[in-house]
Design a binder for this molecule. Structure first.
Ligand code: ZN
Length: 253
């Protein structure tokens, strides 16, 4: 939360000094086991980040969907879980979260440079550079309630925002050095080829074929695995897992 405007910093302190609404903790206990399982300082930090996200983002329903506290808590808790070790400032470009009841039919053509292209007319979610992040509530809730599968629409869309925060949707998040970026790019490029080969030959891979759409989707799909089912990623692609671990551990690693 460094580099924050003094007014916003003050507002955040005031927000976090007030007690958490009890129903929100009930929602987490029931619907978001990944966050419910956290203890001590990590849990406190994730809950604080969740409250800031609920407070500072514009939460809008699409197609007449009513955005309830449960919707905000379930989505914000997952985003906060993903941001452990990462700065909330990375989401500065995504001011609005738009939530549809289920998979929605895309209503507009691709907008702006760098928009992430999701093929097909039915979307589970999407993210734009400096634009809103769009989620399907049914899929966001299902992901929250069933961790460990490596499928999570919230982690996927937020991964695109984290990727775009560097100014380029190139599948490489913000890394501290040229060497780290080069290492990341070479591991991912090599793994991309391996995964393509595994799917081509019918062997299959824990990184699903959609990742092969482009480097941005490769990052988003691999992020789903890293944040939702890290042991699956570690077993199948230890070097990819190590890159992600170094990234979320920050510059000192
Ligand atoms: Zn995507």
């Amino acid at each position: 939360m460094s580099g924050l405007h003094p007014f916003r910093a003050h507002h955040r302190r005031k927000l976090l000094a007030s007690p958490m609404p009890t129903p929100w903790l009930d929602i987490i206990a029931r619907d978001v086991p990944l966050v419910e399982a956290l203890r001590g300082e990590p849990r406190a930090r994730v809950l604080d980040t969740m409250r800031v996200l609920i407070d500072e983002k514009y939460w809008e329903g699409g197609g007449g969907f009513e955005v309830s506290d449960r919707v905000r808590v379930v989505i914000a808790a997952q985003v906060a879980f993903q941001l452990q070790g990462l700065s909330l400032d990375l989401l500065a470009g995504a001011r609005s979260f738009i939530i549809y009841e289920g998979a929605y039919v895309q209503s507009q053509k691709r907008i702006g440079p760098g928009g992430v292209v999701h093929t097909g007319s039915q979307n589970l979610g999407e993210a734009w550079v400096n634009g809103p992040v769009v989620f399907s509530w049914a899929d966001a809730l299902d992901a929250a309630m069933h961790p460990g599968t490596g499928l999570n629409v919230v982690f996927h869309e937020i991964a695109h925002v984290l990727d775009a925060a560097t100014g380029m949707l190139d599948g490489t998040p913000g890394l501290p050095t040229v060497e780290a970026r080069g290492h990341w790019a070479s591991i991912m490029a090599r793994t991309f080829e391996q995964v393509a080969e595994h799917h081509r030959t019918g062997r299959g891979d824990v990184i699903r074929p959609y990742a092969l759409t482009n480097v941005a989707e490769f990052f988003a799909v691999t992020s789903e695995l890293f944040f939702d089912a890290p042991q699956i990623l570690r077993n199948a692609h230890p070097q990819v897992h190590a890159c992600f671990e170094a990234w979320v551990a920050g510059p000192s690693e």
